[in-house]
Design a protein around this ligand. Structure first.
Ligand code: SF4
Ligand code: SF4
Length: 79
């Protein structure tokens, strides 16, 4: 079973460059057209299930706006 993850995007840093959207292998990130950040951008957000917590989005984000969380299963934690 693939790992389960999720992300949080910091509105103060996101500049809507869409790099994370293009990099996500699961295609679960999109810009939130219903919201604006304090800087006036539509921020990235997670839009579907399927995030594996691979952290590629966080690696490509030039503004370090993304925090990745990964669910730790009992097996992965070693018991
Ligand atoms: S952690 Fe991986 S799967 Fe999850 S949103 Fe980021 S790039 Fe996509
Ligand atoms: S890569 Fe970073 S700055 Fe660009 S849209 Fe994604 S979260 Fe926002």
């Amino acid at each position: 079973m693939p790992a389960k993850g999720w992300i949080e995007v910091n509105d103060l840093y996101c500049k809507a460059c869409e790099l994370c959207i293009n990099a996500c292998p699961q295609k679960v990130i999109a810009l939130d057209m219903g919201r604006l950040t304090p800087k006036g951008y539509h921020p990235a957000h997670i839009v579907a299930d399927g995030c594996t917590g691979c952290a590629i989005c966080a690696l490509v984000c030039p503004d370090a706006a993304i925090t990745v969380y990964r669910e730790v299963t009992k097996a992965a934690a070693g018991g």
